[in-house]
Design a protein around this ligand. Structure first.
Ligand SMILES: N[C@@H](CCC(=O)N[C@@H](CS)C(=O)NCC(=O)O)C(=O)O
Length: 298
């Protein structure tokens, strides 16, 4: 599938590439932003550049985090690329929330493969993010001698709905060692048990709740062996308006009890912080260092 480069912007020491491509998972054109760090443009740097995938939250496009999370200086510091996928399919013929609310449908794909009509037609964000996109990027960017590793030495993070998407994607793929590390900012850790997740999962997956559990980090923790003794790094702000009703970080700690994840989930409550990019950007350096270690950069 061919990629169209829509814009290339100088940013910090590297470049932010805004591109789009036709997706076989969503049957739509998908927008993606990629930050290629300064090492990509340095002729003396020959090692493959690992990739961090950043999954955004409700209402976001690839733009929000590219503009406001401040990953770029961290990517330059350690030498990793950052991929910012979209949060849902968009465009003509893509079904959205019948109530036109911002927590379901366009901008709220919940990183699942929908099975229910009319969403089944386009909403295959799980396959898109974890299977199709890395290969599309690999095919496009690795024709030249400079190598960005989009498929093997990779890690994943995200915010809110995207934090849940990162945790679910990491846990579901742990036996293949797909992602070297996973972190999350204000994730919805237990989507089956909160209103955002109930609405999304019933719309995309239907009323059989056993299918919801296949994507729920609190359930996946119970049935997934922590084979590499991984740590999950999570930050949540104490002034996050969604903390008590939608995020519930305590649920993942409770779920981990008696499993190989017990004491391996590092939930840090950030006193006074909210849900915004002021919160995210404050803790991006800590998450960047965490992933850089796992990616073998430090
Ligand atoms: N639009 C919602 C808020 C949704 C929200 O906070 N979305 C988060 C992700 S869950 C976000 O990143 N929004 C975009 C932004 O802050 O740039 C509202 O008005 O209450």
């Amino acid at each position: 599938m061919s990629i169209t480069i829509n814009k290339e912007l100088a940013s910090c020491g590297g470049r932010l590439i805004k591109l789009s491509h036709e997706s076989i998972s969503t049957h739509t054109k998908m927008d993606v932003n990629i930050y290629l760090p300064k090492q990509f443009y340095d002729d003396t740097h020959s090692a493959p550049i690992p990739t961090l995938y950043y999954l955004s939250g409700l209402t976001c496009s690839p733009e929000n985090a590219s503009e406001k999370a401040f990953w770029q200086p961290q990517a330059d510091k350690y030498g990793f690329a950052v991929v910012f996928p979209d949060t849902s399919p968009r465009g003509e013929g893509v079904a959205t929330d019948p109530e036109n609310s911002w927590d379901f449908g366009i901008g709220a794909g919940f990183y699942v493969n929908a099975t229910e009509s009319p969403y089944v037609k386009h909403y295959h964000m799980y396959d898109y993010v974890h299977k199709e996109l890395p290969v599309v990027l690999n095919d496009h960017f690795n024709k030249a001698s400079k190598r960005v590793d989009f498929t093997e030495n990779i890690s994943i993070t995200g915010h809110s709905m995207g934090g849940y998407g990162a945790l679910a994607g990491f846990l579901r793929n742990i036996s293949d060692n797909k992602y070297k590390s996973c972190s999350a900012f204000a994730p919805i850790v237990n989507p089956s048990a909160v209103l955002w997740g109930e609405k999304a999962f019933s719309g995309y997956l239907g009323s059989d709740k056993s299918t919801w559990l296949e994507y729920d980090p609190c359930e996946l923790i119970k049935k997934t062996e922590n084979i590499k003794n991984s740590i999950l790094l999570i930050h949540v702000g104490t002034n996050d308006p969604f903390l008590k009703n939608q995020l519930k970080p305590e649920n993942i700690l409770e779920a981990s009890k008696g499993t190989s994840w017990e004491n391996k989930i590092d939930v840090k409550l950030a006193v006074g912080f909210d849900h915004s990019y002021y919160f995210i950007s404050t803790f991006v350096p800590e998450h960047a260092e965490f992933h850089a270690k796992a990616l073998g950069l430090i």
